[in-house]
Design a protein around this ligand. Sequence first.
Ligand SMILES: Cc1cc2nc3c(=O)[nH]c(=O)nc-3n(C[C@H](O)[C@H](O)[C@H](O)COP(=O)(O)OP(=O)(O)OC[C@H]3O[C@@H](n4cnc5c(N)ncnc54)[C@H](O)[C@@H]3O)c2cc1C
Length: 462
Amino acid sequence: MDDYAGVSYWLESSGDLAPRPPLDGSTACDVAILGAGYTGLWTAWYLLRRQPGLRVVVAEAEVAGFGASGRNGAWCAPDLNISIERLARLHGEDAARRLQHATYDAVDEVGRAAAEAGIDAGFHKGGELLVARGPHHVPAIEAAYREYERFGFGDRYELLDGAGVAARVRIAGAVAGLRTPDAAVIHPGRLVRGLATAVERMGARIVERTPVTGIRAAAGGAPAALLTPRGEIRAPVVVLAGEAYLVRLAQLHRQLVPMYSLIVLTEPLSDARWAEIGWAGREVVASARLSIDYLSRTEDGRILFGGRGAPYRLGSPIRDAYDRHAATHEMLRGFARAWFPALRDVRFTHAWGGPLGMPRDWHPTIAFDRRSGIATARGYVGHGVSTANLAGRTLADLVAGERTPLTELPLVGHRSPDWEVEPLRWLGIRYAQGALSRLDRRAEATGRPPTGRSLAERLASH
Ligand SMILES: Cc1cc2nc3c(=O)[nH]c(=O)nc-3n(C[C@H](O)[C@H](O)[C@H](O)COP(=O)(O)OP(=O)(O)OC[C@H]3O[C@@H](n4cnc5c(N)ncnc54)[C@H](O)[C@@H]3O)c2cc1C
């Protein structure tokens, strides 16, 4: 790939993207990191902040921010992909509560640490708004509120009626909403590119256009290593921070599936159109659709509309061509115009997408095995902006060998089951994708919510 500015609007608007020099022969260091996205770079940042002088090398297959970190929907929100209810069932109520608390802290920490690192990440804490676009969405919103209440977070959330939503942002068909002030919108590209510069300033070496093709665990006194066509990076600790792209490594191929999420972006809107829409608070917004939508308002007055829908492909391949799926992008433009009639004559200037890392049990993992020397954090699905920061801090504690509240969180040491072998994986995922869209369409047509009992909903429930 040469055209990194063409990857997303975020990279296009993040300044110089010239690749750093690749690895130029084997080397040794204290910590070797695969991947220059938020996970790898936050890990480097917290390690170096704790121990200046630590020798950290980051190997990136393309350029820093090439992955999801440079492409996302700009939500920095206190959400995980897995519900508090399910975390409580798996790990107990206390652990679920501690983790939920940690997600609120992670939102603030992204803003705080970016400022400390001198990064203008466009961090704006405008809150998050989940919208019911019709009566069929109301039960899901009320259930989400009850869940927060039951776990003691009710005071952070506010149920809104249609007028309450319209006072914030005027969305066609919105009849109710759930709002929290505890979320931010960011400029994802400036955050990830800024982090790369910041860790370099702290002494890390980032080698770009350096794909890692294999991993070697520590054994018999020899350190672990990242293997690349240009040599090995040997270190007592290697951190695998490649999220969806980790499926390319044989050892991790079935730990995740690369699920494409796609985005369309409008031109900057005129003041008159913003007067029609409102949205002065720049909340990050989504509806309760099963097949997922997410919106944000950029600093320069554009609307970003993202969603899933691009088909999963047999064998979990990742290709640049899949970032653009014409039918899904057209669907998203249609959704955006349906939400905001003010967009009728507005141009959509950008369309892109990228792979999310989706584990079989929807459960993110943060892990370090000192014996093999291998650490990893992955499986955030669509909620990695704040979680990757949490993961970076946690990995830094684990690598330092310190027991802290972070290392006791229930994401630590988790391992998801492998996905099914093909073609079962493809059959199951394609079935669920199709069925969830059909359930959404039926609910929209009838005004009645999905029952929650269909096979697809049970497969996708998390
Ligand atoms: C379209 C889209 C929208 C999203 N929207 C949101 C959102 O609004 N809010 C939210 O919280 N989350 C969102 N996410 C998810 C979030 O962006 C990710 O979870 C997060 O950025 C993951 O960070 P990461 O550093 O772990 O992975 P990535 O950012 O994907 O970085 C991994 C890096 O590793 C490199 N790499 C991988 N394999 C190798 C290898 N073998 N050798 C060398 N380098 C390698 C890749 O090139 C890449 O640069 C979205 C994701 C996508 C794709």
